[in-house]
Design a protein around this ligand. Sequence first.
Ligand code: GLY
Length: 357
Amino acid sequence: MRRIHVDTPSRPYDVLVGAGLLDELGQRAREVVGQTRCCVVSETNVAPLYAERVETSLLAAGLEVAPRVTFAAGEEHKTLATLGSILDALAACELTRDDVVIALGGGVTGDMVGLAAALYLRGISVIQVPTSLLAMVDSSVGGKTAVDLPAGKNLVGAFWQPSLVVADVATLSTVPADLFRDSCGEVIKHAVLADAALLDELCEQPLSLERADERLADVVARNVTIKRDVVSADERERGLRQTLNLGHTIGHAIEAASDFSLGHGSCVSAGLCMVARASVERGWCPPEAAARIERCVAAHGLPTGSDLPVETLMDYVAHDKKRHGDGVNVVVPIEVGRCEVRRVDLDELRRLVELGR
Ligand code: GLY
């Protein structure tokens, strides 16, 4: 098992990564939160697969288990209405401030249950148990929680750090292959941000689900370490944490323009390659670096660009929630393993999109 310690100003915690950790969850939780009462909150796809194992492990470690809360799976249910129903269920279980919520599932679960934990009784402990690659390498770490509004994704949320994250890479075996491949986009993004050796390894041997627990644990742990270094230095995204948005300015526009029919990781991959090509044209990034990034993205079967018209992409960029006044902070690769945030106006961003296509 790998243990990565995260030290944010609001809370320090460990991220545990390994195969088979679900069965140790009770013991690991007890070490952190004591002999308390836990409520497993999960969704309709993941709960039948893993909730009973989690609850058995909690009971075996001497923890009390409240009635399980299950909500309908899917991004379309990441809403204020579902959040309200989770809060009602926590209240119906009479969970107190000393109790703990266990968020069992992928990114939607982690974001929404994390927000429920942040709000219920003005904040109770949450243990994140991610079961998708995206949730393991990204959303379960760093304390961002949210639900969507009709006006856009993740528009209501809070920073609420977990007390513990337990990533059992064996649960990835039940992730659909196309979703797993899509999540590789965020893994590649992390490598481009801070781990050139990882990018080359991924390029030579693309991530796969087949009999790969040890390699997956290694890659997940390296990703968590990269994210840990960023969120420990800048919990509230005032500066360094913005670099985690590499590929996202154009990627979010592609995602929204496709009406979310394209996966998030695929859109980030396309956005990453486009901003890398534009950075080469601007003289910010050597051509070899952009070529290495593109090779790795292509090796994972992910898109290296988008055919959408520049004006369509710009319409969505203009409405991005990360826009600041007339400018946008764009993250650009300087070399593989090093990126910078550059503030550009919308005209310059349009040129970057044109150059990246
Ligand atoms: N997923 C980007 C962040 O956590 O800041």
